[in-house]
Design a protein. Sequence first.
Length: 360
Amino acid sequence: VTETGRILAVETSCDETAVAVVDSGRRIVANVVASQVALHSATGGIVPEVAARAHLRWMIPVLDEAKRQAGIGDWSEVEAVAVTEGPGLAGSLLVGITMAKTLAWVHDLPLVPVNHLEGHIYAAWLLDPDEADKPAPEFPVVALVVSGGHTFLVEMKDALSYRLLGQTVDDAAGEAFDKVGRLLGLPYPGGPAIMKAAAGAAQRDRVFPRAWLGDSFDFSFSGLKTAARREVARELGTDVSAMSSDAQPLPENAVFELAYGFQESVVDVLSTKTLRAAEEIGARTIVVGGGVAANGVLRGRIEQGADQRGIRVVVPRPGLCTDNAAMIGAAGYFRARAGARAGSDLAAKPSLKLAVREAA
Ligand code: KG4
Ligand code: ZN
């Protein structure tokens, strides 16, 4: 893959069918995402078989639309095919991997396997088609990844190199948003719905606990579900043990206040630990990625703290924080340049980890 190389990327790890075309690892040429949110909102969550079937249905139309947007007629313009190999849902991953393998095979292109989590980090390198050039994140980088399935902090001294600073010991931050959103009777996924509800809070006096876990960079969010249930019970004047596990019938302003208190707790812990890690390490750039990074309050809190410390913050626009294939194209480019290749035996790796060195 050349320095300005064009990569076609495929992402199907969870519930978005996505294909993108990215030049030089940064410039988005096409970025198509078919979301299954409407499909999964009826069940309040993802049913893996339903997700895989939807990927089968949308894979080809999404590929065609990405090719159309990029004006790809002749495949000789494309230098490699990148695809998410994991982590994610096995059946969902399989659809994208099969597509990418086939494209690489018939067009005689290298196949580049990409870790979805590395994709979320490299989303910070992306530039929109009409966006002015801006410098890439400078190392050392502290990266916070906060998605529906993962929450961790890593140090990057250099490209593609990760030292784990801390991670969640129980739920991911996005998972906490989704579960509390459901309890409050908000639509799926909970993250954007809670952010919207929290903006309506007037009193802002509900305080949810913070799990600081000493001075470690680890996180814990499972206690927030319990705290939310306790707050809801108090609101309804009932006992927690008498409450069903379904959405509770709360007055609108109570939903607003509880959403606010919950979000404050998550944002406070995530931003405080990220800023402290960046300061300790002497990071030049803080990168935030994953679906929860689409949260404007989290973004604002980190930007504010980093500004005071003279650290640059790069958070992709919301559409590039949630799952997309452009981020796989960015990470895939750097992986390809480093020599990463897969054969036609590439398998889905549902519980793939980011290759990290442990903190000393
Ligand atoms: O990265 P992502 O799209 O998929 C995974 O790889 O997990 O993340 C999805 C998660 C969901 O839990 C969703 O509730 C959360 O990101 N999310 C948000 C926001 N937008 C999406 N959480 C908080 N605020 C948001 N605005
Ligand atoms: Zn993701």
